[in-house]
Design a protein around this ligand. Structure first.
Ligand SMILES: [Zn+2]
Length: 273
């Protein structure tokens, strides 16, 4: 939930650009991989930045998002380039009555035809969070961080308990920033409704989920940069784990007692520890 005074459209576009650049800087978005969307439920006037208007069907009905504004990265666009020219890389969708259609506002110089191919998952996660928490703001990032994705190619790291026990042990910040741990879903075809359903279920309980053999999806109801931070915290943990595997597993990591002490100090109650 974001409190008034609410960020302006230009502030949000800049934040999306900065988050996209950071995700690219940590090597979680090669080429045109990765995508970003933000759902805003306060009044936004899109036409000053996005004068071209098209009517579109939404991939699924989202009545809870009626009137919401979604800023969504375009298909095939590079996250690292959004900051240079946000309106060329991002569309602004305003959800219509009953949540079946939207008005897509874009710039005359947009460099994409459609919004991201993972839009169905973005939209469904926004709708699910709004339905359950009533938040007025929600941000989602899909990224492909190398170490997290690499670990998901190993069956044991696709088990949520094993993954969390091994990743949250390297830095005290990790459990503080990801107190519910990291969710996991098996490999599911990108862009499919099955991936969308699994993602909704996992992101209801977690702030970030690993899509096995593909990447991650992270969310935040505070800011787009907070969602990018979650990608970075989880990827840093995976990088430690990878280093430890390469070093022959000599690192001890934080013990369960140490992790419990961190949780007590920061008043965190993770269900899984
Ligand atoms: Zn992807």
């Amino acid at each position: 939930m974001v409190d008034a005074p609410y960020p302006e459209l230009d502030d949000l576009l800049r934040a999306i650009g900065e988050a996209g650049r950071r995700v690219a800087d940590i090597e979680a978005s090669e080429g045109a991989a990765g995508n970003i969307s933000v759902c805003i439920r306060w009044a936004v006037e899109p036409r000053t930045r996005f004068p071209v208007v098209d009517e579109l069907e939404l991939p699924q009905a989202v009545p809870e998002l009626h009137g919401a504004c979604l800023l969504v990265s375009g298909s095939g666009r590079r996250l690292r380039e959004i900051i240079d020219d946000p309106t060329a890389n991002v569309a602004c969708l305003v959800v219509g009555e009953e949540g079946r259609t939207c008005r897509m506002y874009t710039s005359h110089h947009r460099r994409f035809e459609r919004v991201t191919s993972e839009f169905n998952s973005h939209l469904a996660v926004h709708a699910d969070q709004v339905r359950h928490t009533g938040t007025n703001f929600h941000a989602v990032i899909h990224a492909q961080p190398i170490h997290l994705t690499y670990l998901s190619h190993s069956a044991r790291y696709r088990e949520a308990a094993y993954l969390n026990a091994h990743l949250l042990r390297w830095q005290p910040e990790t459990i503080v920033n990801l107190p519910e741990g990291i969710g996991t879903v098996p490999f599911i075809m990108p862009g499919s409704s099955a991936l969308m359903e699994a993602t909704i279920a996992s992101l209801r309980k977690h702030r970030i989920v690993v899509w096995a053999k593909h990447g991650v999806m992270a969310r935040s109801d505070v800011s787009i940069k907070r969602a990018a931070d979650r990608v970075e915290y989880a990827e840093t943990a995976a990088r430690y784990e990878y280093l430890d595997l390469c070093a022959g597993g000599i690192g001890e990591g934080l013990s369960e007692d140490e992790l419990r002490a961190i949780c007590r100090t920061f008043d965190i109650r993770p269900g899984w520890l």
